[in-house]
Design a protein around this ligand. Structure first.
Ligand code: 3PG
Length: 311
């Protein structure tokens, strides 16, 4: 009965498209709000190791409460699951803290321009660590990505080496995270939402001792007092907002990863960066020179050429 199949398919396809469209729009919106509050917090309280830890702690708590109250069903996991999750969590922790350190030193837009170079890292890691080869157009698409990022970096008015390196380290770590998590999620019954919840919890355990060692309660107490005296008691809500939105945008992105190919995911991620770059430039009045904007545009165009070449 092929006729029935043909009649049903367009409906199913458009329902699926609508669902993915809703996931993407929610993911980008949550990400923009996270980036704004994260930067507002870091401007007043420049302790990125603590704010990264709080984001993971808040997400872990939200998921534990959801499981306990049965809003979400807790996953059934075994030791093997947690063992496979460990390298993903190490990469997630490094990528997260490196991006936050970067944003504490430079404009949000600059961090995300450098982070739009992630596909280049993905190709280089797959080529040199996994021995994968790609067709020539894929390699050629790396030229505008790398060239555009380089142009944006050298013309950045508030360039800072830690800010730049943080974004680069985050790119590298997230490429490994994506490779490991693709392997870890394959064939497992744990949903994208619960997979990200477990990832948050494990990353929190990994990050906490390092955050204490690098910054520590003494610095945090003095910094907090200073931030509250500048901003007022509302400061605590900014911290809550950045933590809650961090968890939500990541959760939605892992939920959409369940539904789409990694390639569609990376295109969605690049489009997310465009919304963040534009929104943060407007909100924080970030000064941008035309040649700097040109670099960002070339890098982003490069990531689209990359996705076309990979297709
Ligand atoms: C983080 O703090 O983990 C970064 O802001 C993440 O950036 P991304 O999810 O946009 O790659």
């Amino acid at each position: 009965r092929p006729l029935d199949i043909n009649i049903e398919l367009p409906d199913e396809q458009s329902a699926q498209k609508l669902k993915i469209g809703i996931y993407f729009a929610t993911w980008w919106a949550l990400n923009v709000v996270f980036n704004i509050y994260n930067k507002k917090v870091l401007n007043a309280f420049p302790y990125p190791w603590l704010t990264s830890t709080l984001s993971l702690a808040c997400g872990s708590l939200m998921m534990l409460v959801s499981w306990a109250t049965r809003i979400a069903e807790a996953p059934k996991t075994d030791l093997d699951f947690w063992k496979t999750l460990f390298p993903v969590a190490v990469a997630h922790t490094i990528g997260h803290v490196a991006a936050t350190v970067s944003m504490s030193k430079v404009a949000v837009s600059f961090t995300h321009i450098i982070k739009s170079g992630e596909p280049a890292f993905s190709v280089l890691v797959s080529r040199f660590f996994l021995g994968e080869t790609f067709p020539l157009p894929v390699y050629l698409s790396l030229l505008p990505i790398i060239g555009g990022c380089a142009l944006a970096a050298v013309t950045e008015l508030n360039f800072n080496m830690i800010g730049f390196m943080g974004a680069m380290i985050s790119n590298l770590a997230f490429v490994f995270r994506n490779i490991f998590s693709k392997k870890g999620m394959k064939g497992k019954s744990v949903s994208g939402m619960n997979y990200y919840a477990c990832l948050s919890m494990m990353s929190l355990l990994i990050l906490t001792p390092f955050a204490v060692a690098v910054e520590g309660p003494k610095m945090w107490a003095a910094g907090w007092e200073n931030a509250v005296s500048q901003i007022g008691p509302n400061f605590v809500w900014w911290v809550v907002a950045q933590s809650v939105f961090y968890h939500l945008y990541n959760q939605v992105s892992y939920m959409s990863l369940d539904q789409i190919s990694p390639l569609t995911f990376s295109i969605g991620n690049t489009m997310k960066r465009i919304s963040v770059i534009v929104a943060s430039i407007i909100i924080f009045h970030t000064p941008v020179q035309p040649v700097n904007a040109l670099g960002a545009a070339i890098a982003i165009l490069g990531t689209f050429l990359y996705s076309q070449a990979k297709m």
